[in-house]
Design a protein around this ligand. Sequence first.
Ligand SMILES: [Zn+2]
Ligand SMILES: [Zn+2]
Length: 699
Amino acid sequence: MYRESEIRKLYERLKAQYPQYQLECSGDSLTLKRLYCKIEVNQSGAKLYVNEKLYDQFTSEDVNDTDDLYELIEAFLLDLQHAGMKQGNQTYIFAAKQAAKMGSRFLIGIAMCFTILMIGLITANSPWLLFLIFFIPAASLLILKQMQKKIFQRCWICPACGQPLPMGGKGHSCEMAYVPQCPHCAHVLEQPPELATIQTEYAPQKPLELSHDLPVQSSKLPCILCGSFTIAFSLILLPLIFVPDGNEPLDMAGVWTGVGMLLYLLGFGLALLLCRHAEPEGTKQPMVIVRERMAVTVLGIIVWVLGFVLTLMGVIVAGTPPFAPDVTAFVAIPGVLLFLLGVWMLLAGRNRTLVVFQDNSILYISSWSRKRVFAPGQVASVRLTVNRSIHLLNKDEKKLCAIESNMRGIPRFVEWLESTNLAATLTPAMEKQTKQEEQQESTVQWREEYHTRWHDHIKGIRVGLWVVILLFAAGVVAPIPLYLSGAKFTTVMKIGALAPIPFLTFCLVFAPVLLFGDRPQNATPEWNAMHIHVPLIPCLLIGFAYFWQVGNVWGGWVLQESDSNWGWLLRVLSITAILTVLQVLRTPKRLRVGAGLFMGLVGLSIACGLHYCVNAALIGPAQHYPAVIVDSHADDPDVNDDDYELTIVMDDGSEAEIVVLESIYEMAMHGEPLEVCHLESPFGVIFLDIHTPKINTQG
Ligand SMILES: [Zn+2]
Ligand SMILES: [Zn+2]
């Protein structure tokens, strides 16, 4: 039996989350009405109606937890809405399709621009291009949002009265807010849902009907563009590699390695153009078509860009005399492998198809456009592997072909399996998995059992998050101007050491309400309202700035840590590990993966900075002793990031390398006396500086 207070609470929660539906509560019973559906809850149980017919019911014994009850009701309402979004509401479907079509074209365009820029960057090495590479993704996202908004403003309008329908989404109101009826003239936008009522077991199997909604062929454009690009570039570079650079003679071993790689590029560039297939035509009607998702092509373009750029770098490294096989291999091997993977994905996106015809014969086209036809009955069983591919087997259990369970058209393929006797060979694991695939768009709902005392203070915590992020940023930025205006080194290091502490403490204390990963795609507004998203990119940027200034400003110009070797790595990794483990322990189980990844990344950059600042803030007085220089290295102007280096002997007899200014280097080379400035922190971390004996600034 549900208590009256429980029903009251359910009413308040539904009222707050779904104010658009008609809700009535009279003590011990509750009714909710929406277009085409009704929900009745009383003390003994709940009944759900669709189109005036009973759809589902359960008693208070079946569902004895009010969280579960709310979850079921909400899932039912969202199912109806989902049915409207996918089938019933033509206005909504049309607008969504228009936006998706424009979006995918736009993204392919951006990916192409990006590729050209990347190649430009390698050849021209201009900082402006680098700026563009960071700028384009951000700008394109904004443009995409604006274009979507325009499309929704044009298409998401009431067909009866012509008024714009409601928009939602965070801040910019650039997403459609779903409505089954026009709020202005009450025009019904949604056709009655065809929700199957609770299925009786052993329903008679009916043969699959023809469908007009089969996945269509993907665009040929990505393959053609990437292919032509690859071929053009390798043909241009092929003669250039034989041209000697200045007066240095060519190293033929390197040149031939480069030529080999260019031919490899050329070959697969041709494959991108030539591996194509003809769509099945003729009298046989396709019943099921399975194809790769758009995401495969998009990912393929990204991997192709990376592979192409790395391979080209490999060609340049190989062609530059003297030939260095190790450096070439280091760049070229990942490049060659990524390039192959990218080409493969691009071709899979274009070609890979499985078609089942009305007579149950099957046509399979592989990524490399090889066609295979299986007669009816040749496929004797179906197997699902651990990495989620579906293998079609003949009667000797030999694999005929394979498709992935995340491809387009899989739900219908499963329906087809069920309509034939092949379904009997399905493992329960596969049935469960294909169900999950269908529910991939299922919602993430809020449960009252997640509630902690921090959830009553969401607003305050949200403000607090920005305060600690700003404090962290201020603590990272402040030391440099303070030091330049004359503050003591140890004082600014104390500020640096304290900078990330409020942020880290905040993350640990408020972990139950913080969301470190991305918001789940289908979370309910209630779920979203109960979680504060911690922005990864700003935190990571501040963390990198922190780490960068320690390495380049303080370590480079003021005081160097003497051992940047295993000891340092070990200490930094242990700090990161401790932070990550604490964060994971503090975070509820359902959010742990995101929290762990976040703290692993941000924590690592913080640990690098923190290690230096804490030790530098606590250094003891300086010891001075004459510098014994055992080795030196001059700055090579041709090599990026090269420095003047001296190797000195410390008072305990061990050697250490110090990066020095050119003037100090010259003095050392002329044998002028220099003094080592040796400082130690209580944790045993040694800092070194080198200067002339008379100057004595540090300590
Ligand atoms: Zn209207
Ligand atoms: Zn000194």
